[in-house]
Design a protein around this ligand. Sequence first.
Ligand SMILES: Cc1cc2nc3c(=O)[nH]c(=O)nc-3n(C[C@H](O)[C@H](O)[C@H](O)COP(=O)(O)O)c2cc1C
Length: 455
Amino acid sequence: MTTYAAQEMHLAAFIIAGPGRPGGWRYPQSEDGWLDLDYYRRIAETLERGRFDLAFFADILAVPNRYQASMDSQLRYGALGSLRLEPLQVLATMAAATRHLGLAATKSTSYYEPFDVARGIATLDHLSAGRAAWNIVTSFQDAEARNFSRGAHIPRDRRYDRADEFLEVTHKLWDSWEDGALVADRQTPLFADPARVHPIGHEGEWFSVDGPLNVPRPPQGYPVLIQAGASERGRDFAARWSDVIFVTHYSLDSAIAFSTEMKRRAELHGRNPKDLKILPGITPLVGETEAIVRERKQVLAERIEPEAGLSTLSYHLDVDLAAYPLDEPLPQLNVPGVTGHYDEMREASDKGALPLREVGRMYANRYEGDFVGTPEAVADRMQEWHAAGACDGFMVAAHWQPGAFDDFVRLVVPELQRRGLFRKEYTGRTLRDHLGLARPPAGSWRTERKKAKAA
Ligand SMILES: Cc1cc2nc3c(=O)[nH]c(=O)nc-3n(C[C@H](O)[C@H](O)[C@H](O)COP(=O)(O)O)c2cc1C
């Protein structure tokens, strides 16, 4: 098997602009700063001290109500979708507190407009001097549709059709100002050169956009693009458009299979597979000694209600799991929602012979890949996954915020650095620099797509 893993890994932080993990916010050291500027600034400073590549904010556009046809379980248990601040604004405050940390916002192609997203992410890229990323999601819930003046969500294939055209339009908008078009010559006067700023005149099936953008070409050319689709169509979309893939796996085997397949897909799209960075999500539980880890695990377990996890899993799968008995295994389901999350829990349920109740507990406070133990033990597992070609790095989530990020940076990062697996200093300024990705020239997205069609 060809493995593409580079020597050093990349680290992103999966942050929730809200309480996050059900159970985690009840942990004694968790802080209630979800609505405070300083809370996010402090997390950003911690991550930069740990030389992280980027901070990543997932997003949800509704308070989920899929479990028991009610939002009660989400709100009561502080589950994943109970409270979410808007990510671009939170990231702007984090940009002001840091100089190197990459900043990733989730924005949906199903509910927003390309002009708005292209402008928002380009603005963040300028204000942060080239550190912005966009997590492209197609969304998966009727509850979200009903917050955006639509009765129902778009079917999967159609929402990827829309996403493809959405990406064409955002790229055209980012290219609409040539590099150097902003002259700011007071004498002439020539503020912006009209010969180098172009309307885009896009007329498509979903969008009609004149352009140009009212923001110059982003410092990174195109902001870093992140995606997490797991269905056939989602994987193809990710292989074509994204620089980073975020994914969750239950086992090392499925992580290796996914990574190998995605790198091959990227090659089919005429891309260098090394330019596609795969970051599986992990939620490490780390402590100085085994005894501390055992105690933390116990304290967390006592605070987790199975319904809290089932509520979020129901939302992710778009299936009401309250209809199934808690003592029986996860049923075989045809999943309208997120295929990746179903595949992961299907594997966990089958391999561990878990009843639905335990699936709920696991989903509420996930230990993906079992990254639990002393700093050496957690670093061992990360090294194992990385060396096996399962990934190019990790998306690190926290059982409780912000303390678990502090622990990871204080305990695990130095261990990874000691092993030569992670940078000790930043060597560049932009997020593309951190990820080892070149600044794409204007129009390069068209060349890749042409190659994709020829393949
Ligand atoms: C690890 C992971 C993280 C995701 N994060 C988000 C998110 O924050 N917001 C969102 O609307 N969708 C999120 N999604 C959903 C995907 O972007 C996509 O809409 C969904 O997976 C449906 O596409 P698929 O059937 O190709 O998987 C996530 C999916 C995965 C696997």
